[in-house]
Design a protein around this ligand. Structure first.
Ligand code: ADP
Length: 228
């Protein structure tokens, strides 16, 4: 059975203007099919984050084509692209931000603002996901009362509470202790089991080894795992 790729990159390059210009992604061909669980690995500076931004339509390529769910993002007006991101994609970033003075529960419930769900249901779902990431006893805490690792888990819960069809995560387990990291990997695996397509950047080779497909990057190019 062949499924249309959720995201497809064709001869994609991303050059950051210098001086000197940096070819952060340099001629990448990559397709990720619906339901895949992919780890992206490679040394720091090899272009992993840039690749993830391109895959999620957060950035447009300098050359080549990026298609998300079959749509060439070069042809999508900014508003349509923003809507595609908001409704279909869950982003987990390292430099996440939470709303100050707002409880963990409400920070996560915010992740459902775009969905047509009543506030009560948003909070119920937020509570469920926070419990899944081990924060069931921190629902009423505001960010200032949480540790760095706890804030990171709140941000992950917020990205995943809407059960997005496509999840892009940049080092979601970085800086977490083993138990928290395991909980995040389990949660990603569960979402994937329910049908979500997931791409995760990780430095952690132990985490990467649990993923069915690994894409390796070096100097802006894919050196392994380009084909399924
Ligand atoms: P990785 O995620 O593998 O660490 P990045 O995609 O963050 O790699 O970076 C790839 C290269 O692009 C690096 O040399 C980095 O310094 C450069 N780079 C990343 N973002 C920018 C930017 N906004 N402006 C200029 N250069 C950038």
């Amino acid at each position: 059975m062949t499924t249309a790729p959720v995201v497809e990159l064709e001869s994609v390059a991303k050059v950051y203007p210098g001086p000197p210009p940096v070819r952060a992604v340099d001629g990448v061909d990559l397709a990720v099919a619906a339901g895949e669980l992919v780890a992206v690995v490679g040394p720091s500076g090899s272009g992993k984050s840039t690749l993830l931004h391109l895959m999620g339509g957060l950035d447009r390529p300098t050359a080549g084509a990026v298609r998300i769910e079959g749509q060439d993002i070069a042809r999508l007006p900014d508003r349509r692209l923003a809507a595609l991101r908001a409704h279909r994609i869950g982003f987990v970033f390292q430099d996440f931000f939470l709303l100050d003075g707002v409880t963990a529960l409400d920070n996560v419930a915010q992740g459902l603002l775009y969905r047509r769900v009543p506030a009560r249901v948003r909070r119920e779902r937020a509570r469920t996901v926070l419990t899944r990431v081990g924060l069931g006893s921190r629902l009423g805490h505001v960010p200032a009362q949480l540790s760095g690792g706890e804030r990171q888990r709140v941000a992950i819960a917020r990205a995943l509470v809407g059960e997005p069809a496509f999840v892009l995560a940049d080092e979601p387990t970085g800086n977490l202790d083993t138990a928290s990291s395991d909980a995040i990997v389990a949660l990603l695996g569960e979402l994937n089991g329910a049908g979500a397509t997931i791409v995760v950047i990780t430095h952690d080779l132990e985490v990467a080894s649990r993923f069915p497909r690994r894409v390796e990057m070096r100097d802006g190019r894919i050196t392994a795992g380009a084909a399924r």
